[in-house]
Design a protein around this ligand. Structure first.
Ligand code: ASP
Length: 409
């Protein structure tokens, strides 16, 4: 059986069993199974993956930048990555905002679930510690001093002994690190179906399905926006710019989508995306390693859409009439917040709080959506990761000779 089929079965079974377990919450055997057996299984698996992420990202970036710089210069691929990131984030936020204005899920909300004050307070602490949005934008551009040495002659002299052989050794070293990480991920993937079952079981056991009824229109708005982003933006771009069949693309990346959905973490999905980009999509490793590692934190189209929809939804709940100017502000800030969001479960929540406060939406509003957030997190993460792979395919296609020359994997 293929990995994506196993993951899908684990996902559906986990949801179903978890929903039943929610109904039997308080029964000692059920709670024991969830908290003492399945929770550690899921956590150990995720830790194993996270353990590989830092060395893998570092090695992938070193190799990617070296390879790109050696041939055509990094500028082209990096520039296109940035351009596509901005464009895709903007389309998704606009789509979401159009939908939330049309559906108005926050007007006449039938039930107001009690706000979870402790959780909101935790978020407020996180938000206070987060970087201001302006810094997120500024940090996209390297400082002059970081790129240009103040003493080029001395650097040239130091650089002389750094001969090609040593450079190759260094690149080979990072290549080995990357391959070792890939191997660990390969082993971890053997346990992925069990881990996905465990993670999804506990999510469903904890949150149940009741909350969805009260917030159904809001959930539908977010999910519809995410689907439209895939259908109206990704698919045509892949077809026209990437000259690939969107359906074949989806078939190739489906295991990544299911995995991202289950873990709700772009970072945890990165190793699998890197593997699929090289093996299934047949992208040039030097392009895909660069684009995917940068994209896993910077390109979060699903998150940007979710942030725009949630902010306007909360404004509707509190009957705040945002002016056109304020809506534009929400739009721009959602794009930037999407770029600045960490690729971890719930990474966007502190960002939303920052933007909410800046347009006068009460922080307690976040308490309303926390119950459905995990499910929406799963959906938006699947889109975030798909967006990264789409950009990698587009940048690879447009990179001419670099994309055409496949480095040995
Ligand atoms: N969980 C998302 C990701 O990892 C981030 C978020 O929207 O909270 O991509």
């Amino acid at each position: 059986m293929k990995l994506h089929t196993k993951l899908l079965i684990a996902l559906v079974a986990g949801f179903a069993a978890g929903a039943v377990a929610h109904a039997y919450g308080g029964v000692p055997a059920v709670d024991f199974l969830g908290a003492q057996i399945l929770r550690p299984i899921g956590q150990i698996f995720l830790r194993l993956i996270f353990m590989t992420v830092v060395p893998m990202v570092f090695a992938a970036l070193v190799i990617g930048v070296y390879e790109l710089g050696r041939e055509h210069g990094l500028g082209g691929a990096a520039g296109r990555t940035l351009l596509f990131t901005m464009f895709l984030s903007a389309t998704s936020v606009v789509l979401g905002m159009l939908l939330v204005n049309a559906i108005r899920p926050g007007a006449n909300l039938p039930v107001r679930p009690a706000a979870d004050t402790a959780a909101v307070q935790r978020l407020e602490t996180n938000a206070a510690a987060a970087k201001p949005l302006s810094d997120v934008l500024i940090e996209l551009i390297p400082r002059r001093g970081e790129r240009e040495s103040p003493n080029p002659e001395q650097d040239a002299a130091v650089g002389q002994p750094f001969r090609a052989a040593e450079r190759n050794l260094l690149v080979r070293f990072f290549d080995q690190i990357f391959d070792a990480c890939m191997r660990i991920v390969g082993w971890a993937m053997l346990a992925a179906p069990l881990a996905v079952f465990a993670i999804v079981f506990n999510t469903a056991r904890e949150f149940g399905t009741d909350i969805f009824q009260a917030l159904l229109l809001y959930v539908i708005t977010v999910v519809a926006g995410l689907l439209l982003q895939a259908l109206l933006v990704y698919a045509p771009l892949l077809r026209v710019v990437g000259r690939r069949s969107p359906l074949a693309f989806l078939r190739d990346v489906r295991e990544v989508v299911v995995y991202a959905f289950s873990t709700a973490s772009s970072n945890a999905t990165l190793p699998l995306s890197l593997k699929v980009a090289e093996t299934k999509l047949q992208l040039s490793p030097r392009i895909s390693r660069f684009v995917l590692t940068v994209g896993s934190t910077a390109n979060q189209n699903g998150t940007a859409l979710f942030e725009g929809v949630t902010l306007l939804f909360l404004a509707q709940v509190y009957a705040l009439d945002l002016t056109f100017g304020q809506q534009i502000r929400v739009m721009v800030m959602s794009i930037v917040a999407g770029i600045g969001t960490a690729g971890v479960p719930g990474g966007s929540l502190p960002m939303i709080l920052i933007v909410a406060q800046s347009v006068g939406i009460p922080a307690e509003g976040m308490g309303l959506i926390l119950g459905v957030d995990r499910f929406l997190d799963m959906c938006r993460t699947a889109v975030n990761v798909t967006g990264d792979l789409v950009i990698a395919a587009l940048v690879d296609k447009r990179s001419g000779p670099i994309g055409a020359q496949r480095a040995p994997v």
